[in-house]
Design a protein around this ligand. Structure first.
Ligand SMILES: *Cc1c(COP(=O)(O)O)cnc(C)c1O
Ligand code: SF4
Length: 337
């Protein structure tokens, strides 16, 4: 008879959990992505080897409609040759973030809150991302070097909120997050920690019991701002992950980006708000696309964006209408349109 398998592996390192395996096995080849969807012939030219690599977890692919080249989830993650078109006015650092970096990995642009770019890693690579050219290797404080960023926060009693961003902060292990949470929790003038994340959207099993317990046990209030652009991203597994977060006491908000051909219709936006609400999430921001080089084919012009929001307001209660905003370098907050 075989010896019974060891239930708790004896290992000094952290063992790889389901969500970490899922991260590791994400699809990185655009042709494989098309193949999985039965799309051997994409009508548009794809970029097979883009500078900003393709990365899509299987859980997200599972929500795409096979055989549909216009699937709104597919369009967010498939690299197109269009990304190589150079468009005037589109830059590699549209938000001038590199100027706002007070210490490596810490952006202090707005009063009362700082944003930590904890890691360059994301679970999914969104083709429209304004950080697609961001030099994360220099910009994030590195595995063992959060001390400078934490010291900056400790010294400034007018900072009340720490925003964990990235990349994606939930691509860090629970052990790393717990370390950071404990350090932030111990700074008395911090009353809120905000987590800007898309990992649970594309890999719902990221909402582990350890993460939920950590949120439930923290002194500071926790706000999770997820990033969902289209109602079809929300399936039963995500609904469960979101309710796990809210059960642990987190406030749930959503930010979306207005994307041509993906969610730039009254129907998509209204359905997104309704579906978010059913999942315990309120819409927070709808961002106008940041003019990042390689993403111009996703742009929705401001007049059309305003028109859509006006139509949405005529259709939904105010609390289901996200704020349409744009980020302009040098402004004291995001700018409402
Ligand atoms: C968006 C952003 C914030 C948060 O802004 P809110 O309006 O509070 O959501 C904070 N810091 C930076 C650098 C940002 O880009
Ligand atoms: S998850 Fe967020 S930071 Fe990462 S690629 Fe997508 S939009 Fe960019």
């Amino acid at each position: 008879m075989n010896k019974p398998a060891r239930i708790i592996p004896r290992s000094t390192g952290e063992h790889q959990t389901d969500w970490q395996q899922s991260l590791a096995s994400a699809v990185r080849d655009p042709r494989e992505l098309l193949r999985l969807l039965g799309l051997d012939q994409d009508p548009r030219a794809i970029d097979r080897n883009p500078a900003f690599p393709v990365r899509v977890p299987h859980e997200f692919i599972a929500r795409m409609e096979p055989g549909n080249p216009e699937d709104p989830l597919l369009r967010q993650v498939l690299s197109l040759a269009d990304e190589n078109i150079v468009t005037p006015g589109y830059t590699t650092d549209p938000l001038a973030e590199q100027d706002a970096m007070a210490v490596p990995g810490l952006l202090h642009k707005y009063a009362g809150r700082v944003l930590l770019t904890l890691t360059g890693a994301c679970a999914v690579h969104c083709r429209y991302c304004f950080r697609r050219h961001f030099p994360y290797n220099e910009a994030n404080p590195g595995r063992d070097n959060w001390q400078a960023a934490l010291a900056y926060v400790r010294e400034r009693a007018d900072i009340h909120e720490v925003i964990l961003s990235g990349g994606d902060p939930l691509s860090l292990s629970d052990a790393r997050l717990a370390e950071l949470f404990a350090a932030i929790d111990a700074i008395p003038h911090i009353s809120r920690v905000r987590i800007h994340t898309r990992v649970p959207v594309v890999i719902p099993s990221r909402v582990t019991s350890t993460l939920r317990d950590m949120i439930a046990a923290s002194r500071v209030a926790v706000v999770c701002v997820v990033h969902i652009n289209h109602p079809r991203e929300i399936d039963q597994s995500l609904v469960l992950a979101l309710s796990g977060l809210s059960d642990s006491g987190a406030t749930l908000l959503n930010q979306a980006v207005l994307l041509k051909g993906i969610n730039d219709s009254l129907k998509s936006l209204a359905e997104l708000s309704e579906t978010l609400f059913k999942s315990g999430v309120l819409p927070y921001y709808l961002h106008l696309l940041d003019p990042v080089q390689g993403a111009a084919h996703f742009a929705v012009e401001a007049p059309r964006a305003r028109q859509l929001l006006k139509a949405l307001s005529g259709h939904l209660p105010g609390y289901l209408v996200p704020r349409l905003v744009q980020e302009l370098p040098g402004e004291p907050s995001k700018t409402a349109l």
